[in-house]
Design a protein around this ligand. Structure first.
Ligand SMILES: Nc1ncnc2c1ncn2[C@@H]1O[C@H](COP(=O)(O)OP(=O)(O)OP(=O)(O)O)[C@@H](O)[C@H]1O
Ligand code: SF4
Ligand SMILES: [Mg+2]
Length: 333
């Protein structure tokens, strides 16, 4: 396997919950709670989980938009401590946001939006007034007309705006692009085009992606490996093929059973696992296994008391955090 380009090691992000006139801290939202993974050069790691499970927070930690409460992000095995190292990291690890309508400044031209990261890092890159040519090259690379460099975001469709966000994301030749639900806000017909573009850029530029999505179907084709998150933690991770054909965590199995299957015969035969209740608050996560309040396999006395660790189960890279992890062939597609 190729070298590790980005590593999250025991990452935590706790947001204080404040109350009253004195704004006293009365607790913490454990948005990301001890997440570890490795991302290899040129691969795509899909991160999946329900709303509020900490995916965007994790994304912001990876690109240093936020500092972790605890834990580390390592770039090519190096810990980043000094300002210079962090600046380097911000160049090598870029982000594309979910909503192309709000993430682009409406008062800036497309050329200025894409050139902004080039200007910020101009000194480090040794650039001398060549941004315009580079921006036009980038527009072409993402399938937009380079002559539209002076237009404003509102003159583009949603899919085109996401292409602008991607052009900005790759402007500095990063090693890693964190894509936070890059197609969720787009029409279904446009989603595949943007995914195809990301796949082409990965091949051409050797980019590694952290691809965040809220359902398993979206990341299925683009991901080499997948991590399933629940309440700020990874419940299961491994090779995408393994996760989809042999999910072992009850939460992943439930998500899989809810995903539609193109074959109506298989769809009709499948058993659907319905999760009861809502996702608990990350400010007060359940004891023991965080999933026990909704888990259809939970055993009182074990699951509500003992925290399951993420450990190797099944094939090589497959890791599961469940006391009773096992394959359940009837839910697989
Ligand atoms: N700046 C913040 N201050 C306080 N709480 C926050 C902050 N950002 C996120 N949270 C909380 O952290 C938890 C995780 O949020 P996050 O946005 O990372 O989830 P998500 O998985 O990206 O959800 P979605 O699918 O809705 O985008 C949520 O409970 C959220 O309310
Ligand atoms: S540890 Fe128990 S509650 Fe948690 S996922 Fe496994 S069976 Fe369900
Ligand atoms: Mg999010």
């Amino acid at each position: 396997m190729s070298e590790v380009v980005l590593e999250a090691r025991d990452l935590k992000k706790y947001y204080p919950v404040k109350k009253g006139v004195l704004q006293r801290t009365i607790g913490h939202v454990k948005a990301v709670d001890k997440v570890s993974f490795e991302l290899h050069a040129g691969e795509t790691l899909g991160i999946v989980g329900e709303s509020g499970c900490g995916k965007s927070t994790l994304g912001r930690l990876l690109v240093q938009l936020e500092r972790p409460t605890e834990g580390k992000v390592l770039l090519e095995g190096r810990e980043l401590k000094t300002d210079q190292e962090l600046r380097e990291m911000r160049r090598d690890v870029q982000i594309v946001f979910q909503d192309p309508y709000t993430s682009l400044n409406p008062r800036m031209t497309v050329g200025d939006i894409i050139a902004e990261p080039l200007l910020i890092h101009k000194k480090d890159l040794g650039l001398k007034g060549t941004e315009r040519a580079r921006v036009q090259e980038l527009l072409e690379q993402v399938g937009l007309n380079p002559e539209h460099i002076n237009r404003y975001p509102h003159q583009f469709s949603g899919g085109q705006r996401q292409r602008i966000g991607i052009a900005r994301g790759i402007a500095l030749n990063p090693k890693v692009l964190v894509c936070d639900e890059p197609v969720s806000a787009l029409d279904v017909s446009v989603q595949a085009q943007v995914v195809n573009l990301l796949e082409r850029l990965q091949r051409e530029l050797g980019l590694a992606y952290v691809f965040i999505a809220h359902d398993l179907a979206v990341v299925r084709h683009i991901s080499h490996r997948v991590a399933v998150m629940y309440l700020g933690q990874i419940a299961e991770q491994g090779e995408a093929d393994q996760i989809y054909s042999h999910p072992m965590h009850p939460y992943t199995q439930a998500l899989m059973s809810a995903a539609p299957v193109p074959d109506p015969v298989i769809q009709a035969q499948r058993e659907r696992i319905v999760l009861s209740g809502d996702v608990p608050s990350p400010a007060n996560p359940p004891t023991g296994c965080r999933f026990h309040t909704r888990c259809w396999k939970a055993k009182t006395g074990t699951c509500d008391v003992n925290v399951p660790v993420l450990e190797h189960k099944g094939k090589a890279d497959h890791m599961v955090a469940c006391h009773f992890a096992e394959e359940l062939t009837s839910v697989t597609a």
